[in-house]
Design a protein around this ligand. Structure first.
Ligand code: 5AD
Ligand code: FES
Length: 345
């Protein structure tokens, strides 16, 4: 199996059969080699730098009903909120002072956030903080909306494709949503000049190795600047409450594979990875990740942005994620970058 890792490291690609073997193995020697090569590759591209993105969770209202997600519209117990323009700007002010140079506005698909509203907020942030990047993660919108937001100054857009297999996509989103529209959004975003992030959950219900290979092939086609993956974690108020979550081992294996397939991609060690293991994000960093997205949302809403159970960094003590993460990043042997952290060409 280590021969397959050598090939992936040397060529950046594998056949479907080789990928299947590598994704499916639990051999620890293979895992260690993959980790070592992933770290080497990341260091060749980005050195020891870790880019921070201040995550502002602007709304927990969502019109969609993804079976896995805690803020799905059918979850009548969800405690909903949305941030005001003033709330968002004060998160940025706080974040700028803490050294963040990217702000990510993330939320459910909430029609309250019109193009006019968002364009106003985006241009105000860009005006106040011209050295910062603005990233949006607000789900599927029209081409015209993406165009206007880009024109207002948005630099990047995160929209996980969630599942590149038609069959799995439908099992996770049985109503209204379509893989076709999701993909179209991603290609539109690229065309409009956004730096784009796609990705998927690891260990989602019904997901098998073939589905994961389809995800990797789709990512090769899309060539996004960012790839977000994290373990599926069941949420108690969803139809998937009783399902198993994704494992640390498989998530790390896929992070290593992604780093070798996409040497220059921006790869976050996600909050979900930090939720399933106390040192999950550190292990991610050591396996090719180079981005961390600390929570910058007001402490009073953090528990309400409740995508999955036991999410970390939501308590009162989390008001200051910056210091905690700095210690974690440095103890893992990496350093926080002070710039915006765009994808290298
Ligand atoms: N477990 C892990 N990740 C989840 N997401 C949504 N629900 C869950 C869950 N239960 C992920 C989705 C989405 C991102 C914002 O969070 O992939 O794109
Ligand atoms: Fe939020 Fe550590 S990163 S408390």
């Amino acid at each position: 199996m280590t021969g397959i890792v050598e090939k992936l490291y040397n060529t950046g690609d594998l056949s479907d059969g080789e990928l299947k073997a590598l994704i499916g193995t639990d051999d620890t020697e293979t895992a260690e080699l993959l980790r070592r090569y992933a770290d080497e590759t990341r260091q060749k591209s980005y050195g020891k730098k870790v880019f921070l993105r201040g995550l502002i969770e602007i709304s927990s209202f969502c019109k969609n009903d993804c079976l896995y997600c805690g803020i799905r519209r059918s979850n009548k117990d969800a405690d909903r909120y949305r941030l005001s323009r003033e709330d968002i700007l004060s998160c940025c002010e706080n974040g700028y002072g803490l050294g963040f140079r990217t702000f990510v506005m993330q939320g459910g698909e909430d029609s309250f956030f019109t193009d006019d509203f968002l364009c106003g907020v985006i241009s105000e942030i860009k005006e106040k903080y011209p050295d910062c990047a603005v990233t949006l993660s607000l789900g599927e919108r029209s081409y015209e909306s993406f165009r206007r937001l880009r024109e207002a100054g948005a630099d990047r857009y995160l929209l996980r494709h969630e599942a590149a297999s038609e069959e799995l996509y439908r099992k996770l989103h049985p109503v209204e949503m379509s893989l076709e529209n999701r993909k179209e959004c991603l290609f539109s975003l690229k065309e409009l000049g956004y730096q784009v992030g796609a990705g998927f959950m690891v260990g989602a219900p019904f997901q098998n190795t073939e589905h994961i290979i389809a995800d990797l092939r789709f990512l090769q086609e899309l060539q996004p600047q960012m790839i977000g993956i994290g373990p599926f974690i069941p949420h108690h108020n969803t139809p998937f409450a009783g399902e198993n979550g994704g494992t640390l081992e498989l998530t790390l294996r896929l992070l290593g594979i992604l780093r070798l397939m996409f040497p220059k991609v921006l790869l976050p060690a996600t909050t979900a990875l930090g939720t399933i293991a106390p040192n999950g994000r550190e292990l991610g960093l050591k396996t090719g990740c180079n981005v961390v997205m600390p929570n910058l949302s007001p402490v009073k809403v953090r528990k309400k942005y409740d995508l999955y159970d036991n999410k970390i960094c939501t308590g009162e003590e989390a008001a200051e994620c910056r210091g905690c993460l700095q210690r974690r990043i440095e103890s893992a042997g990496y350093e926080i970058a002070s710039e915006r952290g765009d994808c290298i060409k």
